[in-house]
Design a protein around this ligand. Structure first.
Ligand code: ZN
Ligand code: ZN
Length: 385
């Protein structure tokens, strides 16, 4: 009798035990049915097949990042601990992934939970580093919609592209938040900004807002000592500390309200008449153009709480189509009526924003003057058979 591959033997064994077996059950079953299979090989193969085994990445077949809903034959088992495995079921056990961390090392984690963006606090201390080009960088940000520069992240290596970043000024008055943005790289090592012959870790931050504390109001620390936020340490010793998830919503809200209350020369959230497509790349692989306002976490949250996650143009819903992995995924589009945008324009996430799928969003922004939702609906209807 030709022997099947060991992984097939394991599959048969677990199925024999009605989808739940201990490692020793599996070994006994295999040793009884086929001769000469090494117990060590069986143990190793169980790890290879187990979606939530950290050591599965030590085997060649698992050395390429993937999600466990990709149809791989090797995403077969799930360990419930204490040497027990069950047949893997993505609905019950969640989607897992093999991924590369900040230092390019393969790791295993549950997909979804851990991929929700985290929020980090970065520091600028003018006593330690004179930011001579700040005003110049703000100018670039104001004309392009974003500005990307590297920032040292201390010892923190867990920051991932897409994570939210707040920049806080410490050391000299006024102390407080002067900027926000998103991480657009993983951590990388380079020469230290303050001393030669020394290295430190950096990430690239794409800033959406930067304020010069010499000529603009900033969100001072005393305004952050309210409610739950008073529990956060706003004067940490080093960059890269994470803000506890329960505080993030409050921080985003205070920051958003602070920014909208400022009398900026022009409102950074609102496209200007002479530059209606004040857009920048959304941090997604398909590189949708979006305005700052469309990406603001607080504005997004308010809009989606109100309208839900179904595309306003074509009714597409990611969770309906893709299940769990599509949950809560959608873009938001800013309904700008340029003619009405004046100095008195008030920002209101529910009146101004609508959920749209990335396809509709791309088409809306295909031309310099964005299509209205009704125009796009009409186009879709005209092209329907
Ligand atoms: Zn759509
Ligand atoms: Zn848009």
């Amino acid at each position: 009798m030709t022997k099947p591959s060991v992984w097939k033997m394991i599959k048969e064994a677990v199925e024999h035990f009605n989808g739940k077996a201990s490692n020793s059950d599996i070994k006994k079953y295999i040793n009884k049915k086929w001769e000469g299979v090494n117990n060590r090989t069986i143990s190793d193969q169980i790890h290879v097949l187990t979606v939530n085994s950290k050591s599965r990445i030590n085997y060649n077949i698992n050395k390429v990042p993937r999600l466990t809903n990709s149809g791989s034959l090797y995403d077969l088992l799930y360990t419930t601990g204490r040497g027990q495995v069950v047949l893997y079921n993505s609905t019950e056990h969640g989607i897992w992934e093999i991924y590369k961390d900040g230092s390019n090392k393969l790791r295993v984690r549950q997909f979804g939970n851990n991929s929700i963006p985290k929020t980090y606090l970065f520091l600028w201390n003018p006593k330690k580093w004179d930011w001579k080009s700040l005003e110049q960088e703000i100018d670039i940000l104001n004309s392009n919609g974003s500005f990307t520069r590297r920032w040292s992240c201390g010892k923190t290596k867990s920051i991932q592209p897409g994570d939210r970043i707040f920049l806080i000024k410490v050391g000299t008055e006024p102390k407080g938040i002067i900027g926000s943005g998103f991480a657009v790289s993983e951590t990388f090592c380079d020469e230290h900004w303050g001393s030669e012959n020394k290295n430190t870790n950096y990430i690239n931050i794409e800033f959406d807002i930067l304020l010069n504390p010499n000529n603009k109001k900033i969100l001072t620390v005393d305004k952050l000592k309210v409610g739950n936020l008073s529990k956060q340490n706003w004067q940490p010793m080093a960059s890269g500390i994470s803000i506890r998830p329960v505080l993030v919503d409050e921080l985003e809200e205070i920051w958003f309200n602070f920014l909208t209350a400022q009398k900026f020369k022009y409102n950074p959230f609102i496209p200007k008449e002479n530059n209606p497509q004040k857009t920048y790349r959304e941090g997604t692989p398909n590189q949708i153009l979006a305005t700052i306002y469309e990406r603001n976490p607080y504005a997004r949250k308010k809009c989606l709480e109100h309208f839900g996650y179904t595309c306003f143009v074509c009714d597409f819903n990611f969770e309906k189509k893709y299940g769990q992995i599509g949950k809560s995924f959608i873009h938001v589009h800013h309904l700008t009526q340029i003619a009405k945008v004046g100095q008195t324009y008030e920002i209101d996430p529910i009146n101004d924003l609508r959920p749209v799928c990335p396809n509709c969003h791309s088409i809306i922004h295909r031309h310099k003057i964005p299509l209205s939702i009704n125009e796009l609906k009409k186009i879709i209807n005209e092209n329907a058979d």
